[in-house]
Design a protein. Structure first.
Ligand code: VGL
Ligand code: ZN
Length: 208
């Protein structure tokens, strides 16, 4: 069994959003196209409480982009984003949500950030995604979404280390690039870990 994992296709990561990813909106079209082809479609949803420790606004005199420590772990400070039950946390209005089998929320613990759809950044708390995929006999996952250099990267890395054959859908991802070259670095790192890259069109032609 194969599954498609759509990472954080939420308003706050779209152009004009609180943590806007350049061209983030352009991945909705491939997401909808591929979702039609997969029996199992998972969406991850960044779902922070307002007092989340990754928000610069929750630390005195700190700005987004600066570093801090959260529970001993290096943490980039972000603008407030994907706050639970706000419009910014909702999926892009054009995403065909009826094709989504299950949503897994992450980032709910205010004391630790969670980039991966599988675990928090301390690797302590599982979201349930790994067990759910195993229960469904999934052996292979296709990962795409936002952002390439954060949540997509860590979701793909955890997928490989959990033993899934893991593909990254190249045209289905866009990155933050806080530093120039971050996206390229992320792609190199995940390929080194065993993730394979593929274009959405290739998946469609193989599957139909
Ligand atoms: C993300 C930074 C903070 C992401 C989420 O979805 O890549 N990045 N929270
Ligand atoms: Zn977040």
């Amino acid at each position: 069994m194969k599954a498609l994992i759509l990472v954080d296709l939420q308003n706050d990561f779209m152009p004009g959003g609180a943590l806007a990813v350049n061209e983030g909106n352009l991945v909705i079209e491939p997401a909808n196209r591929l979702a039609e082809k997969f029996e199992l479609v998972i969406a991850t949803q960044d779902w922070h409480p307002a007092d989340h420790g990754s928000f610069a606004s929750n630390h005195s005199n700190r700005k987004p982009g600066e570093m801090t420590k959260l529970d001993g772990l290096d943490q980039i400070l972000w603008p407030n984003h994907c706050v639970q039950n706000t419009t910014g946390a909702e999926f892009h209005p054009k995403l065909k949500q009826n094709l989504i089998t299950r949503v897994f929320c992450k980032g709910t613990n205010p004391k630790v950030d969670s980039y991966s759809g599988f675990y928090d950044n301390q690797q302590r708390q599982a979201t349930g995604l790994g067990d759910w995929l195993r229960e469904k006999q999934v052996k292979e996952v296709y990962v795409m979404g936002l952002a390439t250099d954060y949540c997509v990267k860590f979701t793909a890395l955890d997928a490989v280390s959990e033993g899934f054959v893991t593909w990254l859908v190249t045209d289905g991802c866009r990155g933050v690039n806080l530093q120039l070259g971050d996206v390229e670095k992320a792609l190199a790192e995940i390929q080194k870990a065993g993730v394979k890259l593929i274009e959405s069109k290739k998946i469609e032609s193989a599957k139909s």
